[in-house]
Ligand binder design. Structure first.
Ligand SMILES: Cc1ncc(C[n+]2csc(CCOP(=O)(O)OP(=O)(O)O)c2C)c(N)n1
Length: 276
């Protein structure tokens, strides 16, 4: 895929945010906060960095993408629909019975490499994929998006140990570090300390950035590519804002898993239009 400029990526991210709030408004349920905090990273992945083919979603040599924090799937669906993995009109069927776009992703949806939603499990799946790709001598990479609240799950750290043991330099994880969980701050629920220090201690190469800054995300990908074969898994700690881009959702925990009503949806679209 032809690489997009940072400005083009910012425009796409804004467009995906609009699609996310619209999908959630139409569905009447879903998770806006964590979808909007992860939007810039998902955009940079799908529209610039990862090697996938919308016409051949199961292409053997594709890069893999694991949305470990599966509840944030509206933004992933918006990206996949925009790219043509499925007809874009399908985005209007989010969470409907029989739709390929369920409240948590499953593999009926073209472009989804693994079902997720039970937090803590996705990184282990990504690690397994990265081991398999190395075993098959493929140059494909595995990208995984984790929540900071999700990092309170023990299985994350078992998977991290394994990534280190097998020197998975083909694994790139992004921690969407928005400091909020389902019903409070991550610190109130279970303090995490420094995730950068933790993943470093687990053998990862660390990049700590503003995870809503497109330029930083793109330059981090450049740095990772320049340093690809150092036999270390990579971890980007992305400091983000939950609900990013919608004034009344930003940093408000109550918007973790609630859909906007009509006036709120209209206001959200207005905010995003103004942010363009
Ligand atoms: C194993 C498991 N326990 C609990 C939940 C319920 N749950 C859904 S989202 C969420 C909070 C996740 O917080 P975080 O990972 O920080 O996600 P974000 O803030 O980015 O949405 C919880 C506890 C779940 N999906 N899976």
């Amino acid at each position: 895929m032809k690489k997009k400029s940072v400005e083009e990526l910012k425009t796409i991210a804004n467009d995906l945010r609009k699609k996310v709030v619209t999908m959630l408004y139409e569905a009447g349920s879903g998770h806006p906060g964590g979808s909007l905090s992860a939007t810039d990273f998902v955009t940079a992945c799908y529209f610039s960095e990862i090697n996938v083919d919308p016409k051949n979603p199961k292409w053997e040599d594709r890069d893999r993408f694991v949305l470990s924090k599966g509840h944030s799937c509206p933004v992933l669906y918006a990206a996949l629909g925009t790219l043509g993995f499925f007809p874009e009109e399908t985005l209007h069927t989010l969470r409907q019975e029989g739709s390929i776009l369920q409240g948590h992703p499953n593999m009926d949806c073209p472009g989804i490499d693994i079902p997720t939603g039970s937090l803590g499990q996705g990184l282990a799946c990504a690690v397994g994929m990265a081991i398999g790709l190395k075993f098959d001598k493929k140059s494909s990479r595995v990208f995984a998006v984790l929540g900071d609240g999700e990092c309170q799950e023990g299985e994350i750290w078992e998977a991290a140990q394994t990534a280190n043991k097998y020197k998975l330099d083909n694994l790139i994880i992004f921690v969407d570090n928005n400091n909020l969980q389902i019903d409070g701050t991550t610190d109130e629920i279970m303090p995490l300390g420094s995730l950068a220090e933790k993943f470093k201690a687990f053998g990862f190469e660390i990049y700590e950035i503003d995870g809503n800054d497109m330029e930083k995300i793109v330059s981090t990908f450049d740095a990772i590519r320049a340093n690809a074969d150092n036999r270390k898994p990579k971890c980007i700690i992305g400091h983000t804002i939950k609900g990013k881009g919608v004034s009344f959702m930003e940093n408000v925990c109550d918007w973790h898993g609630v859909a906007p009503k009509k006036e709120e949806w209209e206001q959200a679209l207005k905010d995003l239009e103004e942010a363009k």
